[in-house]
Design a protein around this ligand. Structure first.
Ligand code: THU
Length: 129
């Protein structure tokens, strides 16, 4: 499943709409229905409206009935893998605080990390009680 997720993230990167940054990102998440949902970054002429690949993938999964996510692959076409931005970490957390994250760049090297390490001491729904 790890390879499938990484391959899906690599595949979808071709559809990235990133004419401003020229930084293409692909993401794939594994839903509790066993399916893989992908997303790319989608930039906008009004720069602040751009959305990251990870969040695009999460929104697609949730809109298809997924309730929790157990893994997320993120890929870029840079030499070094890039980690999800802070906003994406928070959105991922909502659906899988302990999800596995696989990061990859151009090379075949994969960085495996757990979301709980990327976002320690998070703000969660338990804070709202
Ligand atoms: N980007 C992502 O898609 N995911 C991240 O976690 C970090 C940044 C995108 C946003 C923007 O389109 C481009 O990368 C440069 O910041």
């Amino acid at each position: 499943m790890k390879k499938e997720l990484i391959d899906a993230a690599r595949d979808v990167m071709q559809f990235s709409h990133s004419p401003y940054s020229l930084f293409r990102v692909g993401a794939a998440v594994l839903g509790d229905d066993g399916k893989v949902y992908t997303g790319t970054n989608v930039e906008n002429a009004s720069y602040g409206l751009s959305i990251c690949a990870e969040r695009a993938a999460v929104l697609k999964a949730i809109a298809n009935g997924v309730k929790s996510i157990s893994a997320c692959a993120v890929t870029t076409d840079t030499a070094k893998p890039a980690a999800p931005c802070g906003a994406c970490r928070q959105v991922l957390l909502e659906f899988g605080p302990n999800m596995d994250i696989y990061l990859s760049g151009k090379s075949s090297d994969i960085v495996d990390v757990n979301l709980s390490d990327l976002l320690p001491m998070p703000f969660t729904s338990s804070e709202l009680e």
